[in-house]
Design a binder for this molecule. Structure first.
Ligand code: NDP
Length: 611
């Protein structure tokens, strides 16, 4: 026996699979999907494809208004959860002279746009929906569907009186700092002239849909849309299904990520014929949703939501907790596989990191074996079942949870077309999707091909931010993010961003955004209260934070992702995988929040210059 086999045998005497064989299979599946063009395989929803992003199918008529001339204290760009929570926290501090500028016609962001049938949040609602205690709202189920979440964003908007602060159906086209006036000039596509002392970019990570650069995509003459702009006029029905207008339609859906997993069961139920084009199968675990027990909910005492969110974050970070309060698929994976291993260095005392990593890998194999066994149990046709099995480590792709997806492939009108060997759909013609040499004639193509989540920031945000000396933010960030606390940058006075880089990251994004909003509103309030007009991050403080992020990120996450099947998590498997400079604060969101709380506690605004 080799040393490796000895070690395995000692640690896991009862192992019923061969880890080496699985490793080899994972590597083989990864290699066949790697494309030389990496992220460049996607096309932006711009120019000839702009309508895929700009068209809003949820409004009947576009708002018409004259350009505005406004002098403000704060502009928040984006009215998704990050912008919404920022606006709420500003109001809470008595700052009222602000506007929230948003392309959509309401609050909601992700939940405004993603109304596809079955859309649901896979983070427990009691953690995900913010301000439940303040608004007195009880989520209907453990996992909320999109309409309930969208309604909750509107509830928060009403609760804080934010509708009067909103400029909907308005796209920012540029932010420009004017030093002499100590103001930001905000330009919009409506020709508004807005000057503001502070600006907060809260445009979200999943704001821009992306399209596959499949040859011929522009040639298709049938109907086509992206899942985040669902066309119910064409399909009929609503979020709950009843897509009756598809009864005589042949439909193609391209993509099998978290979005497709949720809408495919509805398409399968209603389309005359559904072709699901799959390049990489998702890992689909049990959902097991349930109604909220009102009696239990009534027993939750003051401060329960923050405690629950922190408990969830602690479990995900691999920290010891007395009780796993959420106890669901996420926390199960985290406890078993040790999500923290991906972000940690071997600095945890005398732990044998190699052994820990091996244990995590074996637990991962076991978990994924269960996921693959679930496919066999749900899908009757052996060939389809084989193709639906994911061969990669659990966190190479976003885990998904759904109880109807796999069984959809038992329907006679649903066909799975695996395009892994060809690294994607081959071609699109006037009336067909071509894959593996076969033309599948269709009436409609639905792109479930995701968002510009980890592409270059300027591609995600379709406007420029010009700071001191005419410098673009994206020039400042050309080698990776440069911020203090992930929230503001040197050379960009009175400017903040709410986001997912260089700060405490959590899959429970609303909590994360709210914590950042609390902090940003504190800083703005302090600057105003101290009678100052200009706040800027010191270059040294920014540099120190960048170094800290890079040093703590270690190499674990990069190494892990490089071995993964391609996807947006590892920038399509290209080169060095992730840029360590763009990493989150490795000790996790609870530690990050504690750090910010200590920072605020001193009242020194360390790292910021005020004048
Ligand atoms: P993803 O980016 O996860 O998936 C895109 C899909 O399109 C993949 O299956 C991809 O295949 C496929 N694809 C891309 N190009 C081609 C091509 N040329 N030919 C064939 N297939 C192609 O997008 P989603 O919208 O599904 O999810 C995005 C994110 O949104 C999630 O990761 C999650 O963070 C979030 N989300 C969260 C939900 C929640 O419950 N909280 C629900 C839904 C989404 P491949 O994998 O091979 O690249």
């Amino acid at each position: 026996m080799s040393t490796e086999q000895n070690r395995l045998h000692n640690l896991f005497p009862d192992l019923d699979f061969d880890p080496a064989a699985l490793r080899a299979r994972y590597r083989q599946e990864r290699d066949k999907r790697i494309r030389p063009d990496g992220e460049a395989q996607y096309v932006e929803a711009a120019e000839q494809f702009a309508d895929y992003a700009d068209h809003d199918p949820y409004v009947d008529t576009l708002l018409e208004r004259e350009p505005l001339d406004l002098e403000l204290d704060v502009v928040v760009v984006g009215a998704g959860f990050s912008g919404l929570m920022t606006a709420a926290r500003l109001k809470e501090r008595g700052i009222t002279n602000f506007r929230v500028i948003e392309a959509g016609a309401d609050f909601g962001g992700t939940w405004y746009w993603n109304r596809y049938p079955g859309a649901q949040c896979d983070i427990e609602s009691y953690c995900y929906l913010p301000l439940l205690e303040e608004t007195g709202y009880m989520p209907r189920e453990k996992y909320s569907f999109a309409p309930e979440i969208f309604a909750h964003t509107r509830r928060i908007g009403e609760y804080f009186g934010l509708y009067g602060n909103a400029l909907f159906q308005t796209r920012v086209t540029e932010l420009r700092w004017h030093e002499s006036e100590r103001r930001w000039q905000v330009s919009t596509h409506r020709g508004d002239n807005i000057r503001t002392r502070f600006v907060i970019q809260a445009t979200g990570p999943a704001n821009r849909p992306k399209l596959p650069g499949i040859p011929g995509i522009a040639d298709f003459r049938g109907h086509a849309f992206h899942t985040s702009r669902w066309d119910y006029d064409y399909t009929g029905g609503d979020h709950n299904g009843a897509l009756t207008k598809l009864a005589d339609k042949r439909v193609a859906i391209i993509g099998t990520g978290a979005t497709a997993i949720q809408c495919v069961p509805f398409l399968g139920e209603h389309a005359k014929q559904l072709y699901v084009f799959q390049r990489t199968p998702s890992s689909v675990d049990l959902r097991g949703n349930r109604q909220t027990d009102a009696d239990w909910y009534a027993t939750l005492g003051h401060g329960w939501q923050r405690a629950r969110r922190e408990n969830f974050a602690a479990v995900l970070a691999g920290q010891p907790v007395a009780e796993d309060l959420v106890a669901d698929g996420w926390t199960d994976i985290a406890r078993r596989i040790g999500i923290s291993l991906m972000n940690r260095r071997a600095d945890a005392g005398n732990l044998d990191m190699e052994e820990l990593e091996l244990r995590a890998e074996i637990a991962d194999f076991q978990k994924m074996n269960e996921i693959r066994a679930r496919v066999d149990a749900e899908v009757s046709e052996a060939d389809a079942a084989e193709k639906l099995k994911p061969w990669y480590r659990q966190f190479c792709k976003r885990p998904t949870f759904n109880d109807a997806y796999l069984a959809t492939f038992n329907r006679p009108n649903v066909q799975l077309i695996d395009v892994a060997d060809a690294k994607g759909v081959e071609r699109i013609t006037e009336n067909a999707v071509v894959a593996n040499g076969v033309a599948y004639e269709v009436d409609c193509i639905i792109y479930a091909t995701g968002f510009e989540i980890t592409t270059q920031p300027h591609r995600r945000v379709d406007f420029d931010t010009i700071g001191c000396n005419g410098q673009s933010l994206y020039t400042h960030w050309k080698d990776g993010f440069r911020t203090l606390h992930g929230l503001s940058s040197h050379g960009f006075p009175n400017w903040f961003t709410i986001g997912i880089n260089q700060n405490g990251l959590s899959p429970n994004m609303t909590a994360m955004f709210d914590d950042q909003a609390v902090h940003v509103s504190y800083v703005i309030n302090e600057v105003l209260a101290r009678g100052k007009t200009r706040m800027e991050v010191d270059a040294a403080a920014e540099e120190a934070w960048v170094r800290k992020i890079v040093a703590m990120a270690g190499t674990g996450a990069t190494a892990f992702l490089e071995e993964c099947t391609p996807g947006y998590y590892n920038r399509e498997g290209k080169g060095a995988g992730t840029n360590r400079q763009n990493s989150p604060f490795a000790p996790g969101i609870n530690a990050f929040n504690a750090l910010l709380a200590d920072w605020r506690q001193t009242g020194e605004l360390a790292g910021l210059s005020l004048d």
